[in-house]
Design a protein around this ligand. Structure first.
Ligand code: NOJ
Length: 740
């Protein structure tokens, strides 16, 4: 280039003025971003779209899958796991593909990998975030040893409708409990920190399904969702935001639409809320074929249009549809889809690969020896047993049927789930194996070695025949007490597992009635992935124990509780309806203009009470707890004040136990209606028999904020009622006033 000598200094000065800040900025750019810049600079369009392509395999990559890796047409696989299979696929990626970019390897590690923990709903019932974090940490350690680097968990969808099978995978109905659990699980899977490196025994976590998947109409999976922005922000979004704040590396879009806009093509959700408001910098992945499903939703006329819509809305990676990789190149070349959009999506994929350390060690130290040594390690099983104990909820215990004496008695263990090895693993049990499971019968036999333990199946879970009843009834007659293990099969909850009836399936209700008719005391031990409507049992059966699906250590944990080695401490994370017709039912409902009363024209049913069979937060122990000395101070809360709520909790029984102390508030009058109660805090408090402790909570004004008429968060002056107690419908009551 010829530049005149007179002009030269001017031009150079001007040039310097423009490029100096840019150079400076470049130097300040984190090293990873600069590495990504240089990778992007060498990639073809096809290779870029390949990074956005996530495909499923059946444990191992087939020769065709590996060929795609060689060609740079795939960014990762799901369902590829096991040290050897993983080493093979990563080797092809880093040795035989042009760019040598390692693979993301995703899996639904939902409640454990080989050591199976209680299902997430059950684990939420521990109200123990430290335990949930530790469980996720173990799940990550095992899955990472099997070569997985990415989990599609935690599922943080809030659910108010027991018909929806996926209620099993989340933390229940409450946004506060759901948020605390979401953050704990993210920390457990990934380790702490927002953009911090994820070590070789951790996993990249995914908060899913963004958003409001749990609000599917009529509890039918994949169904339409139509919630107001206020409800979305107050109820369904907080656990996602908590996951983002805890540093979650990826978000999965939901299958459903929200008010006419499918989540996978929802720019408002993915860009305005997730990226702009919450400053999420991670990766957004679609759900399984949810990009392609934009066609069925009717918002795209072709696969290519579906791909354009999803990418433009902010879905970075296409799970299984193969649309980005197959359809987008011509659109980019034509200029219909900006290349910059593809580049940003690829950048996010590469960023998580860097965060996982895959460019340093694509194998993350995985080998068959480490895998063998890690899976099902004794300390993993011990933690699973502890989690299972804490997850069990004692729903009812009349006449002190429980705990059972472990000696000198005859115990009949009856029912289809008493000695089953598969069902206790629950939905999404990943690499969980039947042979590792301790059944309820085995747990009881081991613990009560000097008791006589009889067993009869009675009927299968879904049976319609009653041929086995006679034996079951006879077995109960020969015993002092009958433990009936009834409920659902593992695949009756989870994905595509909605039910329109939520009683005991098959002839189990009749089996229960037949055994109860013997007059022997009955302990009903439930195994299920959702709240069940059990009005008959609630009235007639003296002892009812909710075990959900407890995983590998089921029988041991059940025995620990049944024989009183540990007092039950679980509390329901979800309301139990009396009848399916009450769904959706949840404790934090609005008051309505006509709250139910004896008066006819009020909000209620003619045939069933409005209240749940067992409310959110409910759970008994073998001891009793008394609440006293509630103090709320100051009585008036100024702009910078914190209100302190203290209560004394005493173990008034003769056994040690743990109480989950719950704090709720109610905003009496506001410009928009507020729930009758909202959970604002909780504490697990272990108390020896006779012991008492003062429990303290603190709330700031920010904790009392809600979305006002303008959909901005605000606190309005006025009276707040406070409830501290053992469930969402009990407790001591106080109040304080928020001043202007
Ligand atoms: C579909 C489910 O909705 C999602 O939760 C899961 O992670 C993917 N399939 C992958 O298995």
């Amino acid at each position: 280039m010829r530049i005149g000598s007179v002009l030269r200094p001017v031009a150079a000065g001007a040039l310097l003025a423009t490029i100096a800040p840019a150079l400076h900025a470049q130097a300040r750019r984190p090293a990873v971003e600069r590495q990504i810049d240089s990778i992007l600079a060498t990639m073809t369009l096809e290779e870029k779209l390949g990074q956005l392509n996530l495909l499923s395999v059946d444990r191992r990559a087939s020769p065709q899958d590996l060929e795609l890796v060689r060609q740079g047409r795939v960014g990762g696989f799901l369902n590829l796991h096991g040290a050897e299979a993983v080493r093979e696929a990563q080797r092809v990626a880093i040795e035989e593909s042009r760019l040598k970019i390692p693979l993301l390897l995703g899996l639904d590690v939902i409640h454990g990998y080989r050591t199976v923990f209680p299902i997430p709903l059950a684990e939420a019932g521990t109200w123990n975030p430290e335990l949930a974090e530790a469980a996720a940490r173990v799940a990550a350690r095992e899955a990472a040893a099997a070569g997985v680097n990415w989990t599609f968990a935690p599922m943080v969808d809030l659910a108010r409708d027991a018909r929806w099978g996926r209620i099993a995978e989340g933390s229940g109905e409450d946004p506060y409990l759901g948020s605390v659990m979401a953050a704990a699980r993210v920390r457990g899977f990934q380790g702490p920190g927002r953009d911090a490196p994820i070590g070789p025994d951790r996993l990249l976590a995914t908060a899913k399904h963004f958003a409001a998947y749990g609000a599917a109409e009529a509890g039918r999976d994949y169904n339409t969702v139509d919630v107001s922005e206020r409800t979305l922000r107050e109820i369904y979004l907080p656990p996602f935001q908590a996951a983002v704040d805890a540093g979650v590396g990826s978000i999965m879009t939901a299958f459903n639409e929200i008010a006419g806009v499918p989540a996978t093509g929802n720019a408002w959700l993915l860009k305005d809320v997730l990226r702009r408001e919450w400053r999420f910098r991670g990766l957004v992945v679609s759900d399984w074929t949810s990009v392609g499903e934009l066609v069925a939703h009717g918002v795209a006329g072709s696969r290519a249009e579906a791909g354009r819509l999803a990418l433009q809305a902010g879905t970075d990676m296409d799970m299984v549809s193969r649309i980005y990789v197959d359809e987008l190149a011509p659109l980019v070349r034509r200029g219909t889809v900006p290349l910059a959009l593809v580049d940003s999506a690829v950048r996010r994929v590469l960023r998580v690969k860097f965060r996982l350390g895959l460019f340093r060690d694509p194998y993350r130290g995985v080998d068959p020896e480490r895998e063998r040594a890690t899976l099902l390690a004794p300390e993993h099983r011990a933690l699973a047993r502890e989690a299972a104990r804490q997850a069990i909820v004692l729903l009812k215990n009349e006449g002190g049927v429980l705990p059972l004496p472990a000696q000198g008695r005859t115990i009949a263990v009856i029912g289809p789930l008493a000695h089953d090895r598969l069902e206790p693993l629950g939905p999404w049990h990943t690499d969980g194996r039947r042979e590792d499971v301790v059944t309820v019968l085995e747990g009881i036999r081991r613990r009560a070695a000097s008791a006589t333990v009889l067993h009869a199946g009675g009927a299968g879970v879904l049976d319609t025949a009653t041929a086995g009843f006679a034996e079951a009834v006879e077995t109960a007659r020969r015993a002092d007490v009958a433990v009936l293990v009834l409920g659902e099969k593992h695949d009756m909850s989870g994905e595509a597992a909605s039910r329109a009836e939520i009683g005991l399936p098959g002839v189990q209700q009749q089996l229960l009635e037949a055994v109860a008719a013997t007059g022997k005391p009955v302990v009903l031990l439930l195994m299920n992935g959702r709240p069940l409507a059990l009005p008959w049992a609630a009235e007639r059966v003296p002892a009812i124990v909710e075990t959900w699906f407890l995983g590998t250590e089921t029988g041991n944990a059940v025995a620990d509780i049944l024989f009183g080695d540990v007092s039950p401490s679980g509390k329901l994370p979800v309301s139990f309806p009396r009848a399916v017709g009450q769904a959706p039912i949840y404790y934090n409902h609005k008051n309505t203009g006509r709250p139910p009363s004896a008066e006819r024209f009020t909000s209620k049913y003619l045939d069933v009470p409005v209240t749940p069979l067992w409310p959110f937060g409910h759970g008994l122990s073998y001891t009793t707890f008394a609440y006293s000395e509630l103090e709320v101070s100051p009585a008036r809360l100024g702009p910078r004040d914190t209100v302190r709520i203290r209560v004394r909790v005493r173990n008034t029984g003769s056994r040690d136990g743990t109480e989950v102390v719950q704090l709720y508030v109610r905003d009496e009058v506001a410009t928009v209606t507020r729930p009758v109660r909202e959970l604002k805090g909780f504490r697990r408090v272990p108390l020896a028999a006779g012991e008492s402790a003062v429990v303290e909570f603190r709330l700031t004004r920010a904790d009392l904020a809600f979305y006002g008429l303008d959909l901005r968060r605000r606190v309005e002056p006025g009276t707040f009622r406070v409830f501290v107690g053992p469930s969402s419908v009990e407790g001591l009551e106080g109040s304080f006033v928020v001043t202007p």
